[in-house]
Every structure is written in structure tokens, then in C-alpha cells.
Ligand binder design. Structure first.
Ligand code: LLP
Length: 430
């Protein structure tokens, strides 16, 4: 397993940008999410800088960070100040972006189930665009925009029916998935939208899946979108942007995802050639919705070994982090690296790292060779994306605290939840 650049040992103690994790554990307790501001910024800039390098009078771009991957407002604030837009999937995420000082005019709203209240909220804040996923949703947006005397900017999320070759739970661009409008029905849907007085058609989009290592399926999807773009132009429906979604994967173990700059170079090469041939002279924006490739390798989950236990079959390290803190292993059998915070020489054993939750599925890692004892700290790596964001209070466990390391200083960006807070909204019926 390769460690990500901002997570390294100094004198045999694991640090985040030089800040010792053992010291963070004594100060803030465990389980604890620890993020590197420098990593977030670097990953975002890989997108932003390459986009800038390809910018011209005719081709612009917008990187909309996918809020769902890690939605702490400190993170959103950092990315917003870098110039990021945001990809949201709920009214709650919109309120987070606003609380973080993000610009609603750079927000795109995806998701198959937008409620009337969420649509109203988004229109009130004049977001950049709704990514519409069904005709029923189109009709709802038209009706609400009419009631509010507004015009809604929209794009259709088209399902391009390409195989992203990733885990079935995070693959979204195949015909059988619930996402988007079938490719064959897209043209007709646009024709319907074009007749609506409170709808302004601005673009087209797709998102085919997550943790993609190869960009070939994304480029295939892009070709399908430019194709539709051309056919819509023939019907006098003029689009201004293409949104290719997110999906670029990260290294958890030894995966080698396509470098972001290479992927973007290929996207812009195609877009530039296509535009020159088919739509010269018209301004155009390329939109990206990256989540994991920005946040995944920007954070870890720190946990303390409570007990070591051995049965006839296995050695277990029972830790204080659990499936409620990091759901990915239980839900997708996802693999996360596990590193001892203090490197220890001595005898090793092969452990399953499990949490205290009453489910056999409550494990964080399996079959890891470690030299550990009770009281040791372990770091579950690559946990910056879909970690805290997917956490729950199952077993009445308060959610972990979150720390951001910025300029070698630790900042508490979310305090640990207290048990009383977990039932404070409940009422006894007498
Ligand atoms: N745009 C849309 C419309 C999405 O649905 C997603 C992720 C993204 C962008 C960002 O994709 P990314 O760049 O992060 O791959 N919980 C799963 C991942 C679910 C992804 C959901 N959609 C996991 O932990 O692997």
C-alpha cells in the first residue's frame, strides 16, 4: 500500500502534514477524522489548473466539488475560496454551501428525487442549474418557477448507457440504473422543455459512476453527449455547457487511477476539436463534478484498539471506530489501508479490525498483518470521501469529531457529538 503524500511517518510516528496523530488522539479523543487542508487544495488545483491551461475565449470551465463526498463547511469554505462551484443533491447541501460562504450561482443541483421545497429553495437562491432526471421533475420545476415568477436554468442528466466498470452500487450510467433520462428519450425531453415558459435550457450532463480508474468510459460518455448536443442544435435548441459528472477514482491500495491532468487534457482535446468543427464562435463551458478525487486521499479515520481477542478461527482487533463512522467496508466491502500510528517492532499477527457495533458486518478491515496491543492507535486511510458524510448514530454512537490540519496547526472543525444530543429531539408519550 502506498501512503498519500500528506500522510507520513516522522520518527516512526504517523503524522498528517507533520502533526502527530498520537497527540491529536490525546487532545481530541477517538474515533477522529483528520484532514489535510493542503491535500484538499492540491487535489482541487489539479482540476482548476488544468482547466485554466485549456481556457480560451470560447471554452471555459467550472469545477463543481461534489458536496456529498465530504460536506464539512470548513472544507466547502476552503474550496469555495479556491473558486470551486458545488454539485449538490439536497436542500440541506445547498444550505451548507451557503453557510460555508459558497456562491449559489456556481451550484448545480443533481438527484432523482428533488422535493418541491428543495426546488423552491434552489430557485430562491438562484442556483446555476438543475440537473433534471425525469420528465415529472421537469414539470414540477416549471410549475414552481411559474408560481415564483422565475425562470429555472436546467440541464438534463442523460443516461449514456456506458459501463463504468466499477462496483455495482456506485455505477450509475447503465440502462438499468435509476439515474437520468434514457439516451433515446433525451431529444424529446429537450423538445418538451423548450416549450416551457419558465425553463431556460442551458446544458446537458451525465454521471456514470464512481471510483473509475480508466477514463475511457468517461470519454465514451462525452462523445455521446456531444453527439446529442449536435442533434439538439439541429432542432434550434442551443446548449451552453456539458457536465461530465465526477467519478475519477483514487488509490486505496495499489490502484493506479488515470492522473487528473491527463484525463482533463483528453477531455479538452476532444472538446476543442469538436467545437472547432461543429460550433465555432459560440461560448461554451465544460463542467466537472469531482468528489472522491478531491476528498478521498485528504483524510483518515483515527481509532484506538480497545481489546485484542482470539477465537478458534481468527484474531480480532476491536477498535473504537465502527461501521457507523465509516460505512464503506460494510456496505461495499471496500478496502481501506490500516496503519499503526506508532511503528512497533515485534511479533505480528493477522487481524480483522472490527468495531463495537452489534453486527457481523461491522468491520473496518480484514486480514491485516500488524504488531499491536490494546491502547494502540490505528489510522484507517483514504477516508476523506464518503466517510464522515455517510456516518450515522447507529447504536446511539455520537459521530466522531473532525480535525483539519492547516499550516501545521490542528483545527477542530466539528466537535464530537454528545450522547444526550442523540436523543434530544425525541419525546416520551405518557
Ligand atoms: N455527481 C453526481 C451526480 C454523483 O452522484 C456523484 C457521486 C458525484 C458527482 C461524485 O462522484 P465521485 O467523483 O466522488 O466519484 N458512497 C460511495 C460513492 C457514491 C457516489 C455517489 N455519487 C462510496 O463510498 O464509494
Amino acid at each position: 500500500m502506498k501512503t498519500a503524500p500528506h500522510f507520513y511517518y516522522q520518527n516512526d510516528i504517523l503524522t498528517v502534514d507533520g502533526v502527530r496523530l498520537d497527540e491529536l488522539a490525546s487532545q481530541y479523543g477517538t474515533p477522529l477524522y483528520v484532514y489535510s487542508k493542503a491535500a484538499f487544495t492540491e487535489h482541487y488545483r489539479q482540476y482548476a489548473d488544468t482547466c485554466l491551461a485549456h481556457q480560451s475565449d470560447e471554452i471555459r470551465s467550472l469545477v463543481c466539488y461534489s458536496v456529498k463526498s465530504n460536506s464539512n463547511i470548513a472544507i466547502l469554505n476552503i474550496l469555495g475560496r479556491e473558486g470551486a462551484g458545488f454539485d449538490i443533491v439536497s436542500g440541506g447541501e445547498l444550505l451548507r454551501v451557503i453557510a460555508a460562504g459558497g456562491d449559489p450561482r456556481k451550484v448545480i443541483f443533481s438527484g432523482v428525487g428533488k422535493t418541491a421545497d428543495e426546488i423552491r429553495l434552489a430557485l430562491e437562491h438562484d442556483i446555476l442549474c438543475f440537473n433534471i432526471e425525469s420528465l415529472a421533475e421537469l414539470h414540477r420545476i416549471e410549475r414552481i418557477a411559474a408560481e415564483m415568477g422565475k425562470t429555472a436554468r436546467v440541464s438534463f442528466r442523460v443516461n449514456p448507457d456506458v459501463d463504468p466498470k466499477t462496483h455495482p452500487y456506485i455505477s450509475t450510467g447503465l440502462k438499468e440504473n435509476k439515474f437520468g433520462i434514457p439516451y433515446e428519450e433525451a431529444l424529446e425531453s429537450y423538445m418538451t422543455a423548450a416549450k416551457m415558459p419558465h425553463i431556460a435550457i442551458t446544458g446537458i450532463d451525465c454521471h456514470i459512476g464512481s471510483q473509475l480508474l480508466d477514463d475511457a468510459p468517461l470519454l465514451e460518455a462525452l462523445d455521446k453527449l456531444t453527439d446529442l448536443f449536435d442533434r439538439l442544435a439541429q432542432q434550434d435548441i442551443e446548449l451552453h455547457h456539458i457536465d461530465i459528472g465526477g467519478g475519477i477514482g483514487i488509490t486505496y491500495d495499489d490502484e493506479q487511477p488515470v492522473p487528473i491532468a491527463d484525463y482533463l487534457d483528453r477531455v479538452f482535446a476532444r472538446i476543442a476539436a469538436w467545437k472547432k468543427a461543429k460550433h465555432p464562435g459560440t461560448p461554451f463551458t465544460m463542467v466537472f463534478e469531482p468528489g472522491r478525487s478531491i476528498s478521498g486521499n485528504a483524510g483518515l479515520l483515527l481509532t484506538e484498539v480497545q481489546y485484542l481477542k482470539t477465537n478458534a478461527e481468527k484474531h480480532f482487533a476491536i477498535v473504537d471506530g465502527a461501521m457507523n463512522d465509516l460505512m464503506r467496508p460494510s456496505l461495499y466491502e471496500a478496502w481501506h489501508g490500516v496503519l499503526p500510528v506508532t511503528k512497533r517492532a515485534g511479533q505480528t499477527a493477522v487481524y480483522d479490525i472490527v468495531g463495537p457495533v452489534c453486527e457481523s458486518g461491522d468491520w473496518l478491515a480484514r486480514q491485516r498483518e500488524l504488531s499491536i496491543k490494546a491502547g494502540d492507535l490505528l489510522a484507517v486511510m483514504s477516508a476523506g470521501a464518503y466517510g464522515m458524510a455517510m456516518s450515522s448514530n447507529y447504536n446511539t454512537r455520537g459521530r466522531a469529531a473532525e480535525i483539519l490540519i492547516a499550516d501545521e496547526q490542528a483545527h477542530l472543525i466539528r466537535r464530537r457529538e454528545r450522547p444526550e444530543e442523540l436523543f434530544a429531539l425525541e419525546t416520551v408519550v405518557s
